[in-house]
Design a protein around this ligand. Structure first.
Ligand SMILES: NC(=O)c1ccc[n+]([C@@H]2O[C@H](COP(=O)([O-])OP(=O)(O)OC[C@H]3O[C@@H](n4cnc5c(N)ncnc54)[C@H](OP(=O)(O)O)[C@@H]3O)[C@@H](O)[C@H]2O)c1
Length: 245
């Protein structure tokens, strides 16, 4: 399907945070939307009732890539194909690298890199079969600038960039665009634990002097998903108030 009309979107982690905003905005723009997370929660329950024909949720855990593959296939079973994949779900756990339990470091790579790669393959196969589509990977400023206490998370997010660049080349001839959105810090459950001092420091170092809003990150995703970005592929769009400039 061309990207001039809304189609089928798969957004990982659509129950809360940026994923919830993306699900809401994509539904409003006429997409059929599939998502997964570990738990459903109020937003998913309400949206299933409000949009029974255009919204689908299933349970999957990024720490178990086989469940993520199954979720991608369930979305295809439900809606017939995937036209847009947003690899949104992520897991952040801060901790000094040398003292972090090795299993935890491995888990961060599984959740933030292995599972998105698995999902991209399920989606890409569907897109090749249907004649085109788009993949948008959600990275982090941690992959651009190093920060203390997030080494494994940053490594995994930087890996998504490599995925974007190589897939853009490999899948471009099949009419599939692949891009990365790199958010700076924005308010969500993920950043709930950020103390006032750290928040103050982020704001001070950000040229625009504030944290981002998830609607601003969603705007970038929706731009890349739109025909306005029809000639954009293999790119990294940084939405961070300038903190990495
Ligand atoms: N917030 C920031 O400041 C910030 C900055 C840069 C980049 N990012 C990136 O932006 C994306 C969205 O972040 P966010 O702040 O919106 O996150 P969030 O509020 O923590 O929401 C994460 C979503 O992913 C799901 N999820 C979490 N762990 C999961 C797991 N193990 N398996 C399956 N689903 C899981 C959550 O649902 P369940 O918990 O029910 O599973 C939820 O739907 C992430 O990739 C994050 O790394 C965020």
């Amino acid at each position: 399907m061309s990207d001039t009309t809304a189609g089928v979107a798969l957004v990982s982690g659509g129950s809360r945070g940026l994923g919830q905003t993306l699900v809401t905005r994509l539904l409003a723009e006429g997409w059929q939307v599939a998502t997964f997370s570990r738990t459903a929660g109020d937003f998913v329950e309400q949206t299933l009732k409000a949009e029974p024909d255009r919204f689908f949720w299933t349970e999957a855990d990024l720490l178990r890539p086989e469940t993520v593959r199954a979720a991608g296939k369930a979305a295809i079973d439900r809606f017939g194909r995937i036209d847009l994949l947003v690899n949104n779900a992520g897991v952040l756990e801060q901790g000094l690298f040398v003292t972090m339990p090795p299993r935890r470091a491995e888990d961060l790579v599984t959740a933030n890199l292995t599972s998105p790669v698995v999902l991209a393959q399920v989606a890409a196969r569907s897109m090749v079969a249907s004649g085109g589509g788009q993949i948008i990977n959600i990275s982090s400023v941690n992959a651009v600038r190093g920060y203390r206490g997030v080494a494994a998370y940053s490594a995994a997010k930087a890996g998504l960039d490599g995925l974007t660049h190589s897939l853009a080349r490999e899948l471009g001839p099949a009419g599939i665009r692949v891009n990365t959105v790199v958010p700076g810090f924005f308010d969500s459950d993920m950043t709930e634990g950020v103390g006032p001092e750290y928040r103050e420091r982020i704001q001070r170092r950000t040229p625009l002097g504030r944290l981002g809003d998830r609607a601003e990150v969603a705007d970038a995703v929706l731009f890349l998903a739109s025909p306005r970005a029809g000639f954009v592929t293999g790119q990294r769009l940084v939405i961070d108030g300038g903190i990495t400039c």
